[in-house]
Structure formats: C-alpha cells, structure tokens
Design a protein around this ligand. Structure first.
Ligand code: UD1
Length: 416
C-alpha cells in the first residue's frame, strides 16, 4: 500500500494549476449515455475516480478515445445497462448512470452503494424521483432494477438537497416526455456545469444554479464539446495548505466566484487574498486565527472543505467550533489529527478545536478523500516526519497532489 512521507515546516510558495473538477467530470461523463453521438470533453482530471468511471462506461459499451486531459465518448454501441457492485462500491458516483440509462434505454440495473466511511449515504431520493417520472423500480439482490417505456415529466420536490440526486434526475428529465420541475434542487456549481453540457447537447434546461430547475424533455440529444470547470475543492485545499504553512501561492486556471465562503473564512483566519481573472493569490504572514464554520449545501460552506479547515484550526490562535450538517460521520480525521498532537473534542456533529502552537509528525491513516487532504495539510506544518498511510483515497480525487505540492516547495514523497 502506498504512503506519503512529509517533512513538515516548509512554507508553500509559487504557482499551481488547478485541475478539472472531479465532481463535475463524473456526472458529465455519464451524460455521454444520453446520446448516440460523440461527446468531447476537455480538462478531465487525471485521477482514479475518472478512470473508474471510464472503465464503467466502457463496460457498458461506450467507446472512449482518450488523449491527455481530453476524451471522446461515443455512446452509439451501449448494450450493457448495468453498473456492477464492484464499481459502485469503490465509487458511489457510479449511481449517476441510473438516470441516463433509464431515460435513453428504458432500463438499468445499478448496484446499491451501501455504506461508506462518512455515513450511510442512501439513494432513496434518486429512486423516488425516477418513480415519480413513471419508472418501475425493484430492489433485487442488492441491485436497483429500473424500467420505463418513456419517462414522463414530473414535479419533484427533494426532501433534502442532494447533489448527485439533482444531477441524476436532471439528466433523466432531458429525454422524458413533457416538463419536469425539480424543487429544492442542489445549487452547486457542478450542477450548473452539467446543465451547460446538457444544453450544448440539445437539452432544454432552465434555472440550474437556483433551487428550482425546469427541464422540458426532448426526443433526442446530440453530440457536443464541453470543457470541465475548475475544481473548487482542490483550489480550497491548496489555499488552506498555503495558509497553514504561512506561505504565499497563486492558483492558476481557478475560479474565485464559486469559492466565496471558503475565501471569506481564509480572510477571517488572517490571509490576504487577491483575485484576478483565473488566478487566486493567498499570502499568509501570521499564525492563523481560529475560524468557526458550519457546513451546508452550496452556497454555504462546503462539507468537502471541512476536514482541511479542521487541520488549519488545529494550529490556529484560539478555539473554533466546526459543525458538520451534511454527513453524520465526517469526523474520521479527528482521531488521526489527535495523533499529531491536535486538541479536538467531538460531540455529535460538533467539533471543538483548541489551537496548539505546534503539531508533531507521526504515522496517520487516511480514511476518506477529504480527510486524507487534511492529514497532508497537518503533515506539512507538523514538526518532523509524518507518514500518511492508505493514500489511495487521495489518489481517487486529487490530480498528482504530491507533485503539485513538491512544485510549491513542500518536502513530500511517495513511498511505494
Ligand atoms: C456530492 C459530492 C460529494 C459532496 C456531497 C455534498 C459528487 C460526486 N459528490 O455527493 O463530494 O460531499 O455532494 O456536497 O458530486 N441523501 C439522502 N438520500 C439520497 C441522497 C442523499 O438521504 O437519496 C443525504 C446524504 O446521505 C447526505 C445528504 O443527503 O446526508 C447530501 O448528500 P448528497 O448531496 O446526495 O451527496 P452526494 O451527491 O452523494
């Protein structure tokens, strides 16, 4: 199993290019199932989840020709309408093939995802939405088996804001008969990126980015070209790493307009932030000040940045309260951060972090994607060596993270 060895204490400096967004790339790749024409995608990040999605789509019969950071998806020969357990268990986003398959082929068999490190994460909202659109759904042998002649437009109000739930139903509705209205829809920028790609494919979608999305179904979608948006969570992760180390870095090919809450919290922690077209510079001269935060659906503070800010708070001046409202078990990093000397108390969905002057290097274990990123940040500031074990989580969702950090001056290497 691969590990990262980090010698802490170096301030990050320099420029880093932000990759395409994982959480936009995955649903957009699934949109290729909605048409028999070619979908050309660029700015695809080089990471395991994107490779897993390529493998899944290829198994279904999508022909994929890939070049560096770009790929063409041809869904004219799709003949296997199934996402097997092996794939879905390693990547929950595989559920995103469900809506497109039922919409275009009238049938899908997708494994139920089951639990994961950060909580139970059910998919009931995806299922209820498709049922409202007229799909027959049976759960058999751990699989969701969905059938429909042609989906019908429906008025669907989500009980909870769900990002992939919104994406699955928005994709399904593009080929349904009549109009679908999604209420209490996710407003995440990745939903907007997917909508833009679908619109380029001929879909009729209004309101993406607001909590009400209206989709008028069309008989057929066609091919298109689309550039995947920059990754706001990767952006935030590098900014927090720079802030924690007292560094000065510039992100390139990034978008500040979708990072408001994260940038505000970094300013509150004492960072100076300058934004220009495609670039975000952060300069941190002082020891960070502790910042309270509460995760919630976009545009509020993202749950995918909670662990990284927790790492920042461990070495900040003062105490902070962090409330996680999206996932019930997203404090797996706390025990590991404690191994580095962090002072954190957890009660239910609330963590109280008392900043310490210095963390000390130790061996820690990555438990999920963003928890792993928080351990890397903690390792960058800890005194001595930190070994981060089980970094396959990190490789799932960050493009060449250690190479990028090395370019910024970090002393980090991969142990194979
Ligand atoms: C997506 C992101 C993930 C991010 C999360 C929240 C992708 C590929 N992943 O995950 O990185 O952390 O949004 O911003 O985009 N829920 C239900 N029933 C459902 C669906 C969701 O109860 O059918 C609950 C979940 O358990 C969770 C909450 O709703 O508590 C939000 O989850 P959701 O937005 O669906 O997360 P994902 O789309 O899986």
């Amino acid at each position: 199993m691969q590990k990262l060895a980090i010698q802490g204490g170096t301030k990050l400096r320099g420029e880093v290019r932000i990759s395409g967004a994982k959480n936009a790339a995955l649903p957009i790749m699934c949109a290729s199932l909605l048409t028999a024409d070619e979908l050309h995608l660029s700015n695809l990040p080089d990471m395991h989840d994107v490779k897993t999605m390529e493998k899944l789509l290829a198994q279904m019969g999508v022909q994929i020709s890939a070049a560096s950071q770009a790929a063409t998806f041809n869904g004219s020969q799709v003949d296997k309408l199934e996402a097997p357990y092996d794939m879905v268990k390693t990547m929950r986003a595989a559920i995103l093939v469900l809506g497109p398959l039922v919409a275009r082929f009238g049938e899908a068999r997708v494994s139920l995802p089951g639990g994961c490190a950060i909580g139970s994460r059910p998919v009931d909202l995806h299922i209820k939405g498709l049922q409202a659109m007229g799909a027959e759904i049976h759960i058999e042998h751990g699989y969701i088996h969905a059938t429909a002649k042609r989906l019908k437009g429906a008025h669907i109000s989500f009980d909870l804001v769900s990002v992939t739930g919104t994406e699955n139903l928005m994709m399904a509705a593009t080929l349904a008969e009549g109009e679908t209205v999604l209420e209490n829809a996710a407003r995440e920028p990745e939903v907007v990126d997917l909508a833009n790609c679908l619109i380029a494919m001929g879909a009729k979608i209004k309101g993406a980015g607001s909590d009400t999305i209206t989709i008028s179904g069309v008989a057929k979608l066609h091919g298109a070209s689309h550039r995947v948006m920059p990754d706001r969570i990767e952006s935030g992760t590098f900014l927090v790493a720079a802030a924690a180390t007292g560094g000065n870095i510039t992100l390139t090919e990034a978008r500040a307009d979708i990072l408001d809450n994260v940038l505000d919290k970094l300013r509150e922690a004492g960072a100076k932030i300058v934004v220009s077209t495609g670039r975000i510079n952060i300069d941190m001269q002082l020891r960070p000040t502790a910042v309270n935060l509460r995760t919630a659906p976009y545009p509020a503070f993202p749950t995918d940045m909670q662990a990284q800010f927790m790492a920042l708070n461990t070495i900040a001046e003062g105490s902070a309260i962090v409330v996680e409202t999206i996932f019930e078990n997203r404090f797996m990093h706390v025990q590991e951060l404690r191994r580095l000397g962090a002072q954190i108390d957890v009660e239910g969905n609330t963590a109280i972090i008392k900043g310490v002057a210095q963390l000390e290097g130790a061996t820690v274990m990555a438990t999920d994607l963003r928890a792993s990123a928080s351990l890397v940040i903690a390792g960058l500031v800890a005194q001595g060596e930190t070994i981060v074990d089980r970094i396959y989580h990190l490789d799932r969702g960050y493009e060449h993270i250690e190479a990028k950090l090395v370019k910024l001056g970090a002393n980090i290497s991969r142990i194979k």
